[in-house]
Design a protein. Sequence first.
Length: 192
Amino acid sequence: MSALLEKELQELKEVDWSRVSTKLAEIVKEREEESVIDIVHQELEGIIEKNRGQEDALLEVLHQAQELIGFVPKAVQKKIARGLKITPGEVASVMSFYAHFSERPKGKYQIALCKGTACYVKGSAEIIEKIKSKYNLEAGETTDDGLLSLEVVRCLGACGLGPVMTVNGKAHGLLNPEKAVNIVEKYKKGEI
């Protein structure tokens, strides 16, 4: 085995694979004789190979990697960079530019709180602080139990409903801090 491949596999071993996408969990279940690391390595090789040599392949490869795993950890970003013959910095730059991509597992309920001008003027800052303190959660983080993820975004495109948040893409508007917490609690209880 080459030193580069050994390093790549070691980096993959250091990732917390306890919370992966449903898609990857199903693949692991089907191929129970293989480790999650071997499966991720093989699947990523296939994704990279299909896109090799294409100048604009990075976005597609990142989308497919995140769809497969549920997030794109640094070790996977490095593997993608090596496979596409680009710098890890180029991959990190695209990862940080697009809010869609995440380096850490996202929660079962993905909360996006708007901090755009219309929502901010109507009190979104107080809602953000309430959610952060209630669930001990910072923007870009996921709770330890894997239930909630929080993102603070510039605009959700529903200014007339401001302040607004989405949970797994479903918009909830005309919020105040208490109403926002009540909505999150309903998701946690499975009522929504």
